[in-house]
Design a protein around this ligand. Structure first.
Ligand SMILES: Cc1ncc(C[n+]2csc(CCOP(=O)(O)OP(=O)(O)O)c2C)c(N)n1
Ligand SMILES: [Mg+2]
Length: 589
């Protein structure tokens, strides 16, 4: 027990709230993103007693706190911890819990709850948050006895960080936080039914995989978030180099294989590269490592990777054969498979023709944009930022929309955990709080949120957290004054009928799609003034000639800095395979 806690408590007894915080410290937690309220006051009081061990960041909205915890977790591989009060505090956290679930992010969410005597009476600020979150957590607890607190915390850490990682919710009634008991931090866990062993491929499965690789003429590695989660990036690089097999990395795996490696096929899927999609389509062997055949990757499932065999390795048995039937299904930790495979694998005999075909696809259809455009294109701004930061330790977060897809396409991610994005849930408002969470964990790295104007407004209050908590993150705002990604779908599939996707005042003709552009005096809101209001530095640009200078100013600025880059809304993210369609329906540049 920490010395400071010992002093303030009788030697043997501890309050539930102190047991929670001591457990966090015991598990190596150094930061908690926590917003207080009536039902979590005891927890916050306890947090103050552990000031020397635990930093508490006060977000300005609980959803921001949840995303900040994720930014911390996704960039470190360690668990992210967030805390709220009951009722509205807890429900404000739901989206970030669901987001962590879909992207398998290890997170512990602790919510205060009304006292056990009044649970179920519609007490003030009571919501049944375990019921609300049942299907969006990996596991959840409503703790009704102080004697259970230490065990529940132990189990929660174990569940969140083992197997397929994910969020665990702990709902703690106020009277349980205040009740006292003699804690046993080594109490045995009680988890019947939870598989404790990390599943591992058998030697036969490894040998079969190696044989399939040896035979392959057109192999492709399809690498996903599981590669990052199992810290298997180095092993993946080794396998690819040894066998010369090309690698497509999903959004969850950007940087898991270096984007500038000649073997990289970049990202597959709806807005993926032509060459990744063609290669997967033509592959005679698809090595799916830590992926879940998400519909944004597969499009029409029956047409996806339909010309070859599929090896699917995943730690979660429920992913195997869920979407695509695998010829060789392997329930295993991905790193274990790659390590074992590297010991025995031999390169396929001759991949010369395959590499030639891929090279031609790459040459014919690279990610590109109109380099002669007079103003600033979002793609250009991202490419320049990628170039200017290429020798820096940089972490990029994003919002959700066109800017997110262009970031995936045009920023070269070279290392795992340098790209952080809400992939499965696709939650607008993720970028800024995720960036501040990443900055807490990596004070020496350059942390930049590449955001959209719509997304930015969803958690704009976190500008205050960055300023007040001394977290100098940067925002490159790709401001098109529209919900650009929805505009793109309106243009493509709804005869360009604008349906509530313009973000300025409704009396402007652009609101109904009848305008002929947005003039500077119609720009709304004034993001630079907003940023300045929160204590940030800000700059607005719309000329191509200003871009490099402004980006450099943002990068070099010691404090938090928002760069409002005015970009056109008429631009579409291409290539595109429309939802539910196949590579045959691919729309090029
Ligand atoms: C919380 C949430 N609400 C709605 C959506 C649906 N949606 C997806 S992209 C998008 C537009 C995003 O606009 P912006 O952040 O400005 O990015 P842009 O596409 O313009 O780059 C919307 C509304 C979402 N993904 N998340
Ligand atoms: Mg926008």
């Amino acid at each position: 027990m920490a010395a400071s806690a010992k002093k303030s408590l009788p030697p043997e007894l501890a309050a539930g709230s102190d047991i929670v915080v001591q457990s966090l410290v015991n598990h190596g937690v150094d930061t908690v993103f926590a917003y207080p309220g009536g039902c979590s006051i005891p927890l916050h009081q306890s947090l103050t007693r552990f000031r020397d061990k635990l930093r508490v960041i006060l977000p300005r909205h609980e959803q921001g706190g949840g995303f900040a915890a994720q930014g911390y977790a996704r960039t470190t591989g360690r668990i992210g911890v967030c805390m709220t009060t009951s009722g509205p505090g807890a429900t404000n956290l739901v989206t970030s819990i669901a987001d962590a679930k879909l992207d398998s992010v290890p997170m512990i969410a602790i919510t205060g709850q009304v006292g056990t005597p009044v649970i179920g009476t519609d007490a003030f600020q009571e919501t049944p948050i375990v019921e609300v979150c049942r299907s969006v957590t990996k596991h959840h607890y409503l703790v009704t006895r102080v004697e259970d607190v230490a065990r529940v915390l132990r189990e929660a850490f174990y569940i969140a960080t083992t197997g397929r990682k994910g969020p665990v919710l702990i709902d703690l009634p106020k009277n349980v936080q205040m009740a006292e008991t003699v804690p046993d931090y080594d109490v045995p866990m009680d988890l019947p039914g939870y598989c404790v062993d990390q599943p591992r491929a058998t030697p036969e499965q490894i040998a079969e995989m190696a044989a399939m690789i040896r035979e392959a003429k057109r192999p492709v590695i399809y690498a996903g978030g599981g590669v990052i989660a199992s810290e298997a990036s180095e092993e993946l690089i080794k396998l690819a180099r040894k066998t010369q097999m090309p690698v497509a990395t999903t959004m969850m795996c950007l940087g898991g294989f270096p984007g500038d490696d000649p073997l990289s096929l970049d990202m597959p899927g709806m807005h993926g590269s032509v060459y990744a999609n063609y290669a997967i389509n033509e592959a005679d062997l698809l090595l799916a490592f830590g992926v879940r055949f998400d519909d944004r990757v597969t499009g029409k499932v029956s047409a996806f990777a339909s010309h070859g065999k599929i090896v699917h390795v995943d730690i979660d048995p429920s992913e195997i054969n869920k979407i695509k039937v695998a010829d060789l299904p392997v329930i295993s930790d991905v790193k274990f498979v790659l390590t074992e495979l590297n010991k025995v694998v031999e390169a396929p005999e001759d991949l010369g023709d395959w590499h030639k075909r891929i090279a031609k696809w790459k040459k014919d259809d690279p990610f590109t944009y109109d380099h002669d455009y007079q103003g600033i294109l979002a793609q250009h701004a991202i490419s320049e930022l990628s170039r200017l930061t290429k020798d820096r330790e940089v972490i990029i977060t994003t919002g959700v929309g066109q800017h997110q897809m262009w970031t995936a396409q045009h920023f070269k991610f070279r290392r795992p955990r340098m790209h952080v994005s809400s992939s499965g849930l696709g939650t607008m408002g993720f970028g800024l709080p995720a960036a501040l969470g990443a900055k807490v964990a990596h004070p020496d790295k350059l942390v930049i949120d590449i955001d959209g104007d719509g997304s930015m407004l969803m958690n704009v209050q976190e500008l205050a957290t960055c300023f007040c908590e001394k977290l100098p993150v940067k925002v490159m705002l790709l401001n098109n004054m529209h919900l650009g990604m929805v505009v793109q779908w309106e243009d493509r599939f709804h005869a360009a009928n604008r349906a509530h996707t313009y973000l300025g005042p409704i009396d402007h003709p652009e609101a109904t799609g009848k305008g002929d552009g947005i003039t500077p005096e119609h720009r709304y809101p004034n993001f630079v003034a907003i940023a300045e209001g929160f204590g940030w530095k800000g700059r607005r640009i719309d000329k191509k000639s200003e871009l490099v200078d402004a980006l450099q100013e943002m990068i070099d600025s010691p404090g938090p800095f928002l760069l409002d880059v005015q970009v056109p809304y008429q631009e579409h993210v291409l290539p595109m395979i429309p939802a539910g369609m196949s590579v045959a329906d691919l729309i090029r540049q």
